[in-house]
Design a protein around this ligand. Structure first.
Ligand SMILES: [Mn+2]
Length: 391
């Protein structure tokens, strides 16, 4: 809303709102920095600056955890945090350009730019929630199946400990083990909102469960039996992930997956193409996705493939497809979806060797921050105070 008076602007209203958030974390960080990093040289007038950089500043200095949040080295303590960033540096499932194993490190690197304070969102992530970096899952580079088992067990540990899993890939094959780490702990059905240019729902690709297959294995088919003869593939779909609650949004281009299309049609997933999104607009698209994903479900999982954003903005990815979402559209859709609450989220397919200026990694980071900010503002996560809530 805009008007004659400056206080009609969202920005001015949020400045007011942000001023009411305590800055105790920042004060504590300075104190800690001085304790661990020693006091600065005499000529430095600002005595909050330490000798060795131990906090957020300078943004380009120091050891890069996600947003320079605490590294939860002893993963048994992950439940002390509201959310945990976890990297899965695995790209053995890529079928075209590899490199997504470097995704988590690139997202961490660019995340150093952010202090979690947003005037537009009216949120101070640093003060209003506890985030940690859980480090990376120990993937087995040459083995998709063993890696899937490692990933499900790791994600399950984070989720059952009470922290919101923010899973950073890695290729999209991870969609399946990621959901498998969460869904069995949810007492009811799980809807999935899958934002991507590709369907990723064929049974196998080149005889393995590659990044073109996660939703085949995640969702199930009532008509099919429980045994499909894949001896080493011991799962046949998660029982509480119905295909009717899988919304595949942003689909398009000319890498269309013939076998995946047959599965999507047979199972009845919702396939919302890029043209659909364009015609509806981001707001309506998010509304439709939420309605379908939440129908009869207890929780919703967000799977964001960075290739859903146009490669002009996000070139660093394995299977780029022109004509995708604009960053502003993608972030708006993510915020609207996250607002209703998520059980976990993943951002996949960031492939830094093909990136320019860390643009793609930065967009992946923004998808995470915008989702978290939206959840904090809606009281879905973190500890927004009573004064702030419901405004
Ligand atoms: Mn894709």
């Amino acid at each position: 809303m805009t008007g004659d008076h400056p206080h009609d602007f969202r920005g001015n209203r949020n400045l007011e709102k942000l001023s009411r958030i305590s800055q105790t974390r920042e004060a504590r960080e300075i104190e800690r920095g001085l304790e661990h990093g020693l006091t600065a040289a005499e000529s430095v007038e600002d005595r909050s600056i330490s000798l060795f950089s131990r906090g957020h500043q300078p943004a380009f200095a120091g050891i890069n955890t996600f947003m320079k949040m605490p590294y939860c080295e002893d993963i048994r303590n992950v439940g002390r945090y509201d959310a945990a960033f976890v990297g899965v540096p695995f790209d053995t499932g890529t079928t075209f350009r590899p490199g997504a194993r470097w995704g988590p490190q690139a997202v961490r690197r660019i995340s150093a730019l952010y202090d979690g304070y947003s005037v537009d969102a009216g949120v101070d992530l640093f003060e209003e929630m506890d985030i940690c970096d859980a480090g990376d899952v120990f993937v087995i580079p040459g083995n998709i199946e063993k890696t899937f088992d490692q990933v499900s067990k790791a994600v399950s540990h984070i989720y059952t400990s009470g922290a919101f899993p923010i899973i950073c890939g890695g290729d999209h094959g991870l969609g399946y083990p990621n959901v498998r780490g969460v869904a069995p702990h949810i007492d009811g059905n799980v809807g999935i909102i899958h934002i991507d240019r590709h369907l990723d729902i064929q049974e196998k690709d080149m005889d393995e469960r590659m990044h073109t297959t996660p939703w085949y294995w995640t969702t199930h088919e009532r008509m099919e039996g429980t045994h499909r003869g894949h001896d080493h593939m011991h799962d046949v779909g998660l029982p509480n992930c119905p295909p009717e609650n899988l919304v595949q949004m942003g689909i398009g281009g000319w890498y269309g997956s013939r076998p995946g299309s047959i599965v999507a049609r047979r199972r009845g997933t919702s396939v919302v193409t890029m043209t659909d999104v364009e015609e509806m607009g981001p707001q309506k698209a998010a509304e439709v996705a939420l309605e379908l994903a939440w129908k009869g479900c207890k929780a919703v999982y967000l799977s964001f493939d960075i290739d859903s954003i146009d490669p002009g903005f996000a070139p660093g990815t394995g299977t780029p497809e022109p004509g995708g979402l604009l960053p502003r559209e993608a972030l708006e859709i993510v915020r609207l979806i996250a607002k209703e609450g998520l059980c976990a989220m993943e951002v996949v397919e960031v492939s830094p060797p093909y990136d320019v200026n860390d643009n793609t990694a930065q967009l992946a980071c923004r998808v995470i921050l915008d989702a978290l900010g939206s959840m904090v503002a809606a009281g879905q996560i973190g500890h927004r105070s009573g004064v702030m809530q419901g405004e």
